[in-house]
Design a protein around this ligand. Structure first.
Ligand code: PEP
Ligand code: MG
Length: 596
């Protein structure tokens, strides 16, 4: 039966679209954690490469262990520290190293096989002597062995992706998404995953269509299968037959035509039918994306996530020069427009390889909480930003993530003043007009927003976190993805309170969460009075097109309907009604463009 299914064609799997798009490619099963040892020897000419792989894996795994041990130490977690130190010792055992290298040299083994056999030799020795006090270290030995082999294999797997690859995995990390993107992967399908998990955000930024929660994908899809990822239909077609393939090929072609049409909007102003300006800015996560600011005519950067600077790191140490370089690139790439640099927001599901022992990381050591506990990190980041800001006066806005108490913000403010005067004393040019703002992403801030307005220069609403904290729905958990509703009236009420407090006190309010990049949501937000939306640059034209085809009254009516809705079905009906009308508007617009 299973055998039959394995070859059945046109199998449709449903999932949840995390990044829209439609692609057809070759499925590549990405099973992190599966250790398959290839016993085949390699040619002699490849032996130096295998040795290099081993040394590289030893170094990477060693660095992670050192960092984990330092981190555990800093948190008084002596258990983890001791385990990491024991692992580190095993990893650096000179006899073990010599044996691995010998096996590669003498038996022409691949690195993974040599590592496996060398470790096995020691494991067998210990096992044969049951009284050995080392018996308790067997688990440690296996753990170090597996980490090394995984590291070696991951390098090989990543290097072997073809350009047509559609990755099928249980879940992916932000770092893996970046690696996929750099290897030209076309799409990502996960059996797990969350809608606004950071892996999804990065896939969106990189323009890689992604489906999450496709439960049976790893059981149904076979490596090498042709596969269609249909982000519009929230589905995956496995082994499509000729007819299905050619109809999807037609749709993909049509989609490309649509994109061409959309490009026409790029140079047009972002204003409503009635002439109100809605500023569309860029969310930037990597240097690679900076070119998109000009390409999609973003009006500056509304969110420069600096978290990616710690991407491959297992520690909180950040190179100040590297931070300056990153900021410098961002300023240089955004003309004379404002740049909003967000202070480091690691923790939660973010990129840091450190796994702190926290039962609820999203409610834990994250964002400004880490910065205030690690002052040297905060100071180094503020110094890097201030140095660059001095070279581009009048353009800098600094955004503080995860504020949940006014004290946190006031402390950052005083650190900023301290750094500015220190730099001034040293004769470094500074910008006295730097604006310091608060991310509104924890409900307590929105509820007390008037109080905060007296202290901040601007607000930026992070709807990704605001939604998860308001509705108590983990943004990375697809089991409850249907409860993750950023347009829920409770979330909109908090947004509306922030907008009102902002306009009463003359404090600008932007939205920089993923919500801003959805055309319907962008209209709802504009209807609530938001005038600055920041998003992945490649999505700007779609939002601009929607803004240009509606007037403010229509937008206000949409937000009112949304705010008054009671159930999810009500909200879906509002969306559907809007979508039908919008499609008509688009059709008219298109035929007008063709006849002109
Ligand atoms: C948000 O929470 O909406 C946000 C923009 O920040 P991040 O997604 O980086 O947590
Ligand atoms: Mg956030």
């Amino acid at each position: 039966m299973q055998e039959e299914q394995a070859h059945e064609s046109n199998i449709k799997l449903t999932g949840i679209t995390a990044v829209t798009g439609l692609v057809m490619g070759i499925a590549r099963l990405y099973t992190r954690g599966n250790i398959n040892i290839n016993p085949e020897p390699v040619e002699e000419s490849r032996l130096p490469e295998e040795k290099k792989k081993f040394e590289q894996a030893r170094m990477t795994v060693g660095m992670t262990m050192e960092r984990l041990s330092d981190f555990a130490d800093s948190r008084n977690d002596s258990d983890t520290r001791d385990i990491m130190n024991a692992h580190y010792e095993i990893l650096n055992d000179p006899e073990l190293e010599a044996m691995v290298l010998r096996l590669i040299d003498e038996k022409s083994y691949r690195a993974e096989k040599a590592i496996y056999d060398a470790f096995q030799h020691y494991i067998d020795l210990i096992k044969s002597n049951e009284k050995s006090f080392l018996v308790s270290r067997l688990a440690d030995l296996r753990d170090v062995r597996d980490r090394m082999i995984l590291n070696v294999q991951q390098l090989a797997v990543i290097a072997s992706f073809g350009k047509d690859a559609v990755m099928v995995a249980e879940d992916v990390s932000p770092i893996e998404v970046i690696t996929f993107a750099r290897n030209g992967v076309k799409g990502i399908i996960c059996t797990e995953g969350g809608l606004t998990s950071h892996a999804s955000i990065i896939a969106n930024a990189m323009g890689i269509p992604m489906i999450i929660g496709a439960k049976s994908a790893l059981r149904t899809v076979q490596d090498g299968d042709t596969i269609i990822l249909d982000g519009f239909g929230q589905s995956v077609i496995v082994r499509p037959d000729d007819e299905t393939s050619s109809s999807f090929t037609r749709v993909i072609k049509w989609q490309k035509e649509e994109e061409k049409f959309l490009r026409k909007v790029i140079d047009k102003p972002s204003e409503t039918l009635c002439g109100t300006r809605i500023h569309l800015q860029a969310n930037i996560d990597f240097e690679d994306e900076v070119l998109n600011i000009e390409k999609y005519r973003a009006e500056g950067i509304g969110l420069l996530r600096t978290d990616t600077l710690l991407m491959n790191s297992g520690s909180l140490a950040m190179d100040q020069n590297r931070q300056e370089e990153f900021c410098q690139t961002a300023y240089a790439g955004s003309g004379s427009a404002p740049v909003t640099v967000r202070l480091l927001d690691v923790g939660g599901d973010k990129l840091l390889n450190i796994k702190a022992k926290e039962a609820n990381p999203f409610l834990g050591w994250r964002g400004v909480r880490i910065l205030l506990d690690r002052r040297e990190l905060l100071q180094s980041q503020l110094e890097a930003i201030c140095r660059v800001a001095g070279r581009y006066p009048g353009r800098t806005r600094i955004l503080v993530p995860m504020i949940s108490n006014l004290d946190e913000f006031l402390e950052v403010k005083s650190e900023l003043a301290g750094i500015q005067s220190l730099l001034e004393k040293r004769g470094v040019p500074i910008d006295r007009k730097i604006k310091l703002g608060i991310m509104v992403e924890v409900p307590s801030v929105a509820i007390q927003v008037r109080m905060y307005a007296a202290h901040t220069d601007f607000f930026s609403i992070g709807t990704n976190d605001l939604t998860q904290y308001t509705l108590a729905v983990d943004r990375g958990n697809n089991l409850i993805a249907s409860l993750y509703q950023p347009l829920h009236p409770a979330v909109l009420a908090l947004i509306s309170m922030t907008v009102h407090a902002g306009s009463e006190s003359g404090v600008p309010v932007a939205v920089c969460g993923e919500l801003a990049s959805d055309p319907f949501a962008a209209l709802v937000l504009a209807g609530l009075g938001v005038r600055e939306l920041s998003m992945t640059p490649r999505l700007i034209p779609k939002v601009k097109q929607a803004v240009r085809l509606h007037d403010l009254d229509e937008m206000k009516a949409l937000s009112k309907a949304q705010m008054d809705s009671s159930t999810r079905a009500d909200r879906e009906a509002i969306h559907k009604e809007w979508q039908d009308k919008y499609e008509l508007k688009l059709k008219e617009e298109r035929s007008r463009a063709i006849t002109l």
